[in-house]
Design a protein around this ligand. Structure first.
Ligand code: NAP
Length: 333
């Protein structure tokens, strides 16, 4: 094949949500960009929400190449980039949203500020599983709630993509961590050092009484939304902090207001959509690389393999909740 073109999945129509496997011109990196040969593309709920046309706040103009997370190798360096060189293994949350082409393609030209060196002790698949969920968890747990050693932290949805990383970040900062999960995923959250709470069989008043003597948690990170976020307002201690990456409904925040809680909403795509704050994403991923290389953070990756041609099946596996860990698409090889 010509090295002026590349294979890519293109979405032409939100109504059908069908990917067309096609060839596109291989991008040329512009000012501040590098060209990355994509090895693996991590799948997040926002990927299928965009493909289905139900995320108007992030949907690109069509035709578009989707795919938010990537891990790969720098093969060309654009003008003005000094932090990366040809041959560097990198990862990042780099595209697949309005204005930024995604990782369901053999190559993509990305803003170098969004990248960090891939942790040496992770495979490409593992690295591609991390950026979006890490940045979401880090922004809430560290940038906003400023988690501290000794605090009691509750993660709602502790076995999910964002949740399992939020648990590990809080543990790395020395917090005492509790996490809700279904009974079948108890071992996952326990494996990351959290006390598991079966949300199907335990009420919020029961677990607040059992684990905090009724006082509530210093920080509650809710990754679920709906009634789980309602529970979070009842689970936080007085003057505590509730963080949510899934507050897209209508809520009565009175139970949290009566505790003088701080409430933080997270929207991790903002720096990509607005162009502001992108360097912070690169910096936070450098912190992720350090945590991974110190053995304090490891993504859980679902064992199933999906090729580029099977990207739709990968989306369905995540959407239908059949995954144990993150779903990753093998773009290369
Ligand atoms: P995910 O991997 O599908 O995880 C969702 C988790 O929720 C599952 O592990 C599931 O646990 C758990 N869950 C479902 N019902 C629950 C309940 N009633 N109580 C406690 N846990 C429950 O998804 P994700 O990648 O972590 O993303 C989570 C949500 O946040 C999605 O809606 C996503 O779109 C959103 N998100 C938003 C941002 C942002 O910037 N705002 C960023 C990332 C993600 P079990 O399997 O144990 O039932």
């Amino acid at each position: 094949m010509s090295n002026t073109t590349m294979r890519a999945l293109v979405l032409n129509d939100y109504a059908t949500g069908i990917f067309t496997d096609t060839r596109l011109p291989r991008p040329v990196p512009g000012e501040g960009q590098v060209l990355v040969e994509v090895h693996a593309s991590g799948v997040n709920p926002i990927d299928y929400k965009i493909r289905k046309g139900v995320a108007p706040y992030a949907m690109p103009e069509l035709p578009a190449v989707l795919g938010t997370d990537l891990a790969g190798v720098v093969v060309e360096v654009g003008p003005g980039v000094t932090d990366f060189a040809i041959g560097d293994e990198v990862y990042g949350l780099t595209g697949g949203v309005r204005g930024l082409p995604g990782s369901l393609a053999e190559f993509t030209a990305v803003d170098a500020r969004l990248l960090a060196p891939k942790p040496r002790n992770l495979t490409m698949r593992e690295a591609a599983a991390l950026p979006l969920v890490f940045l979401t968890a880090w922004e809430g747990m560290v940038d906003r709630a400023r988690v501290q050693a000794g605090q009691r932290v509750l993660v709602q949805g502790g076995a999910g993509g964002v949740g399992h990383v939020a648990v590990q970040i809080a543990r790395a900062f020395g917090a005492e961590v509790y996490a809700t999960a279904s009974a079948t995923k108890r071992a996952v959250v326990e494996g990351y050092g959290a006390v598991a709470i079966d949300y199907a069989s335990t009420s919020v008043s029961e677990y607040v009484a059992q684990h905090t003597g009724g006082a509530g948690f210093d920080i509650v990170y809710d990754t679920v939304g709906g009634t789980s976020l309602d529970d979070s307002f009842a689970a936080v201690k007085r003057y505590g902090h509730v963080v949510s990456c899934a507050a897209f409904g209508t809520y009565n925040i009175a139970p949290g207001s009566l505790r003088s809680m701080t409430l933080t909403g997270i929207f991790v795509l903002l720096p990509m959509l607005t162009g502001e704050g992108r360097a912070h994403h690169g910096d936070a991923l450098h912190a992720a690389t350090r945590l991974v290389e110190e053995g304090k953070l490891k993504p859980l990756v679902d064992e199933r393999r999906f090729t580029l041609a099977e990207a739709r099946a990968a989306h369905d596996a995540l959407e239908q909740h059949t995954a144990l860990g993150k779903i990753v698409i093998d773009v290369r090889g």
